[in-house]
Ligand binder design. Sequence first.
Ligand code: A3P
Length: 344
Amino acid sequence: MTQQISYSTVGWLFLFLVLLAVVGILHQTCTTKSPLMHTSPALMPQSALAAMVESEAQEEEEEDIRVRRLPQAIVIGARKCGTRALLDFLEVHPRVRAARGEVHYFDREERHNLGLSWYRGQMPLSRPGDVTLEKSPAYFVTEAAPARVWRMNTSIQLILILRDPVDRVVSDYAQHVHRRVSKDLPPKPIESLVLTRNGDGRVNSNAKMVQTSLYHRHLRRWLRYFKPDQIHLVDGDRLVSQPHSELQQVEDFLGLKRHIRPEHFVFNATKGFYCLAPSVSSGRGKKRRQRCLGSEKGRRHPSVANSTLTALRHFFAGHDERLVQLTGRTFDWMRRNAQQFGEE
Ligand code: A3P
């Protein structure tokens, strides 16, 4: 009997211990926090919790969403004034995204006919808060371009880089020489491209190379559609001599936090221009060596007869004055020319 009692006591004790262990395990399981509970009160309904988790995930995704967007700003010209240097150097800013080549959407009929979705497709991927840019210098001189740009976006920001109109003509001519020589063709004399045909030595104001340098005429056309504060003027000569300060002004214009500093550039004596310093990140990645613009930028200019240069200088002097009247701005080349040729 005693033995019977002691057997059943041990049995009950064992059962009691097992029960205790099971209760302990259950308690532990119920009080361990799920990873989803770090911000939610214990009694949050499942549907609300699920919605919150989803919205958190969405926010994280949005921060990194990259889509193609229409540009908020366009470098409209002018050809041979430093448009490539301006765009490539601006891409040092981590929030600037630029289209690779020249898009020519607003100046070429066949491209404009493809519509805005095609245009958007030419833009790079960008995140919210980035500034998407493209440059097509032909826009500046194309009659239809300002109205077309305006129809896309009336509050767009426009950037126009200008340089000494005579230097621009000679730079255009250097390109002509290069193209002809690369096709084994003799270059035309510059006089046949910029002076009147009757040999009186006067500038032909209808010549294409001359027309592009008539800055005030083209700018006036853009000002019919856009307010002056929508068009930022860059001094092309200063972009050559002190790139960072011209670029800082562009950063301000675009509403970007200043990022570009003098250390981002190194002067390359062989090229005769500033290049991107080694290890500077830009839209084209990061290289250990310094990065200069291609050989087609900053070419050696062909020599031009003094009489032709003088004719061009006289011709453009009046147009420079009109540009000052229109913009209220005196460019570096104007001061330099006034000192150098003022007494002629
Ligand atoms: P040149 O080749 O006549 O010297 P664009 O890009 O609009 O075609 O302009 C070309 C001009 O950019 C060049 O004309 C050159 O003067 C100017 N430029 C400005 N900064 C430059 C840089 N850092 N490297 C090379 N060219 C630069």
